[in-house]
Design a protein around this ligand. Structure first.
Ligand SMILES: [Mg+2]
Length: 222
C-alpha cells in the first residue's frame, strides 16, 4: 500500500495502467500488420516481419506514440483504423473506484500519457475517464516522452507537483526509471498491463496486480 498520508499528487499513466493494454496490443500487433499486408499485397507473416524492425527503431521515442508519424510511415489512416477496433478499449477492474477514492481523500489526480492527442481523445470518448481526473496531459504537448528524464521538469511547468509528495503509477518501467531519476519519491508499477498476456516482473519498483490492493481507505488511518 502506498504511503497515502504523505502523498498529495498522483500521476497516472493511461494505457496499460488505467486502461487494459489489450486494445493497443491488438491494434499494433494484429490489426496494423493485417491492413499493411492488404495494402501492399503481402501475406500477414511477411508484413509482420517487415514491420518489426521499423517498430523496434522508434520504441520509446515520441514518434512511437505519434499517429501522424505512423500514418505517413505506413501510408495507412491510423486515426481512422483505431476507431475500427475501439470496442476493445476497456477500463481495468477497480480503476474508477481507485480514482474516486483518491479524489475523496483530496489527492490531485493527473493523467500523464505518452498517447497521441487523437488516441487520447478516442479513449476518453469511450471511457469518460476525464470525469475522474483533475488534469490530463499528453506528452506530445511537452515535446518529450515520459522515458526522457527531462520530461518531468517540463511537466512541472504545466502541472506543479512536489516530487517527494508525488506518486507515479505506470506500467512503463523506463518511465518509472526516469521519474525516479528526477526525484519523484513514490513509484508504483502495474504488473498486468494487458489482461491477455502474462504479468510483467519488476523487482525494481513496488508493484500491484489489482487496484483494490492499492486503493486507500475512505478516511486517513494513522
Ligand atoms: Mg502505459
Amino acid at each position: 500500500m502506498p504511503d497515502w498520508n504523505n502523498i498529495s499528487s498522483v500521476l497516472l499513466d493511461m494505457d496499460g495502467t488505467l486502461l487494459d493494454l489489450k486494445f493497443d496490443s491488438h491494434f499494433w500487433q494484429e490489426y496494423v500488420p493485417e491492413r499493411y499486408a492488404f495494402s501492399r499485397g503481402l501475406d500477414i507473416p511477411t508484413a509482420k516481419q517487415l514491420l518489426a524492425p521499423t517498430f523496434k527503431k522508434h520504441e520509446g521515442t515520441l514518434n512511437w506514440y505519434c499517429l501522424d508519424f505512423w500514418s505517413q510511415e505506413l501510408e495507412l489512416d491510423i486515426v481512422e483504423m483505431k476507431k475500427d477496433v475501439a470496442h476493445l478499449i476497456a477500463i481495468k477492474t477497480g480503476a474508477l473506484e481507485f480514482l474516486k477514492r483518491l479524489r475523496q481523500r483530496g489527492k490531485r489526480c493527473t493523467l500523464v500519457t505518452n498517447a497521441h492527442p487523437h488516441s487520447l481523445a478516442l479513449k476518453l470518448e469511450h471511457t469518460r475517464l476525464d470525469n475522474h481526473l483533475d488534469h490530463i496531459i499528453s506528452a506530445h504537448e511537452l515535446g518529450l516522452p515520459k522515458e526522457d528524464p527531462g520530461f518531468w521538469a517540463e511537466l512541472q511547468s504545466v502541472e506543479p507537483f512536489t516530487p517527494h509528495q508525488t506518486l507515479l503509477v505506470d506500467d512503463n518501467l523506463n518511465a518509472l526509471r526516469s521519474a525516479q531519476q528526477f526525484g519523484i519519491k513514490h513509484l508504483l508499477a502495474a504488473c498486468y498491463p494487458d489482461s491477455k498476456r502474462e504479468r510483467q516482473h519488476t523487482d525494481e519498483f513496488a508493484y500491484f496486480h489489482e487496484f483494490d490492493e492499492i486503493t486507500p481507505a475512505s478516511f486517513p488511518t494513522s
